[in-house]
Design a protein around this ligand. Structure first.
Ligand SMILES: Cc1cc2nc3c(=O)[nH]c(=O)nc-3n(C[C@H](O)[C@H](O)[C@H](O)COP(=O)(O)OP(=O)(O)OC[C@H]3O[C@@H](n4cnc5c(N)ncnc54)[C@H](O)[C@@H]3O)c2cc1C
Length: 544
């Protein structure tokens, strides 16, 4: 059933296949990578009249927002739920509407969109702050003061993030002023670890575990993550979770026509080998086939490790200081991903529009440490289960009588490093056996909660950090770019404009991870590049 060798190719191919003779320059800007951040930057620039080419190495567009199909099923990779898109006035929704020409539609998940299991107990995260508060008080009636203070703090942290983002948009002197202002205004706890802040509010470890039960959304347990990322994610989902109708690939499908507006294009199979630097400026890129594509603006959506560690000529990376700066940030967690298909509908199978977060203990850090020290014998401390076919009202039109399930669990790159130089789909029996072992362990956790699925699974496959590298070029399989620890939020260089004229960054390394976070990175990049037009764009999205 698990077919890690001889895998059939996916039939989903969004974007145009690159050939050197299909390039139609001159372009105003080149974007390396078609993640949601790269596509957002490109669509915003196109909206401002620019001709932009997006170059994506994968066979389909979208980066972590791509979908793939196999054996009559379709799965998304990095889009299980998006927050803040239910109401038309939110920043995330306005931005999605802008870049997709209003064509991307959303389906709400169940009110209790996230269910946190701690051992045998379960706790729901419920849509709307009022209902969420009531749900928390039901479980923790004696913690009212701490819960109310918690809501105040995540709101304050999200507000503080506005200034942190604004600083990234401004040129040096103004940015320094905003930084000062932001430091003066920021509460002292803002960039402490999530655990430090929560332990200052309550001693109730179970409550802390429930409040931080979404830690997998940024990849760092509460003792390591900044309270800023915790707050942004918690706020993002306060009004519930939503799923793109038609699946994650609808994002690229609806954004590409906006990019094409002024003659722009998004090419797949378009691997960029190097950023071309002449006279100290970025002037274009060299493709893997040797073709040079030139433009006055080069935007990298490939993440800072790729941009400065691989794409920039080494001498330039060293001289500019960026190679050293990479030592100040860490790669985020890597994971195992399981993709499951069943020949029955979500409704018949009783699959919910709720994400399940299965934790073995409220001691998130301890259980994770014990697991990494002894993965054979320790239980997997976090197993995340999501039911995309239940969330997508259009799924059955494309795949009648079928259902899909996705599972994500921590899985370090080290476990698979010995096969890193082997080709995808042909890494050999030992690798396949290791994957099979993990698949069975994860399936057993699924059956604990959904015993009706035993014997029903028609197809499954497991991705490892090597798959993440192969498809999205994250060398250690990191799924959220950089770690969101307090030190990350102190890095002034994580912003759209680099010190190399003509070279810009975009995507999740600029502001934060998450689809909405990477999009805001995309918007920020377009704003910084576009002068007065950019200022209007900033006003339109960031002022309200
Ligand atoms: C398993 C998983 C689950 C997730 N779940 C959620 C969720 O439910 N909700 C949510 O909001 N977020 C989720 N995320 C996070 C979210 O998907 C990412 O933060 C976001 O999509 C990152 O977007 P990005 O623009 O930074 O670029 P990426 O999506 O990282 O794309 C970068 C692109 O650059 C391309 N590239 C790299 N190098 C080159 C090169 N040399 N030449 C050409 N192209 C290149 C890559 O192929 C890739 O397509 C999840 C992520 C993962 C992995």
């Amino acid at each position: 059933m698990s077919t890690s060798s001889g895998l059939a190719p996916s039939t989903i191919r969004i974007g145009h296949r690159y050939r050197a003779n299909r390039l139609d320059g001159p372009y105003d800007a080149i974007v390396i990578g078609s993640g949601i951040g790269g596509m957002t930057a490109a669509a915003c620039l196109a909206e401002l009249g620019q001709k932009v080419v997006v170059l994506e190495q994968h066979y389909t567009a979208g980066g972590f927002t791509h979908s793939y199909s196999r054996n009559g099923y379709e799965w998304d990779v990095g889009v299980h739920y998006i927050g803040d898109v239910g109401a038309k006035h939110t920043l995330a929704r306005r931005l999605f509407d802008f870049v997709s020409g209003g064509k991307l539609e959303w389906a709400p998940m169940d009110d209790h969109f996230d269910r946190i299991f701690i051992g045998k107990e379960s706790f729901d995260l419920v849509a709307t702050p009022k209902k969420y508060r009531a749900e928390l008080l039901k479980h923790f009636p004696e913690e009212e003061k701490a819960i109310d203070e918690y809501f105040k703090r995540i709101a304050k942290a999200a507000d503080a993030m506005r200034l942190i983002t604004m600083e990234k948009l401004l040129p040096a002197p103004a940015a320094t002023l905003v930084r000062l202002l932001s430091k003066i205004k920021a509460p002292k706890w803002l960039n402490q670890t999530t655990r430090e802040v929560l332990e200052s509010l309550t001693k109730n470890q179970k409550l802390i575990a429930v409040l931080t039960g979404q830690w997998g959304d940024n990849g760092l347990p509460p003792a390591q993550s900044s309270f800023i990322i915790h707050s942004l994610i918690a706020r993002h989902y306060l009004y519930g979770g939503y799923y793109p109708i038609g699946g994650a690939s609808r994002m690229a499908e609806t954004i590409i026509p906006q990019i094409q507006k002024n003659g722009g294009e998004l090419f797949t199979y378009a691997s960029v080998e190097q950023i071309l630097i002449e006279g100290g400026k970025a002037v274009g890129v060299k493709m893997a086939d040797g073709t040079e594509v030139r433009a006055p603006v080069v935007i990298s959506n490939a993440g800072v490790f790729n941009t400065f560690g691989k794409l920039l000529p080494e001498k330039v990376a060293k001289q500019s200081g960026y190679l050293k700066k990479l030592d100040t940030v860490k790669r985020s967690m890597a994971s195992l991903g399981m993709y499951i298909g069943i020949q029955d509908t979500a409704e018949n199978l009783g699959l919910p529009k709720t994400n399940y977060w299965l934790y073995t203990s409220e001691d998130y850090e301890g259980s994770l440490d014990r697991f990494f020290a002894d993965p054979e014998n320790e239980p997997v401390p976090l197993v995340y289960i999501s039911f995309p076919s239940a969330k997508d009202p259009e799924f059955l039109n494309k795949y009648p009588g079928r259902a899909t399930i996705e599972i994500v669990a921590p899985g370090p790159h080290d476990w698979f490093a010995q096969w890193a130089d082997k080709p995808w789909g042909k890494r050999g029996e030992e690798y396949d056996a290791l994957k099979e072992k993990w698949s069975q362990r994860l399936l057993e956790r699924l059956y604990e909660h959904f015993p009706q699925l035993r014997g029903k699974i028609d197809y499954y496959e497991l991705s490892t950090p090597l798959s993440t590298d192969f498809f999205c070029r994250y060398a250690e399989g990191e799924i959220y770019g950089l770690d969101h620890d307090p030190s990350r939020f102190e890095q002034k260089w994580l912003k759209p404009k680099t010190s190399i004229p003509g070279l810009y960054l975009t995507g999740q390394d600029v502001v934060t991870c998450g689809v909405a976070g990477a999009m805001i990175g995309g918007l920020a990049t377009a704003v910084v590049i576009s002068g007065k037009d950019g200022a209007k764009l900033a006003k339109r999205f960031f002022a309200s």
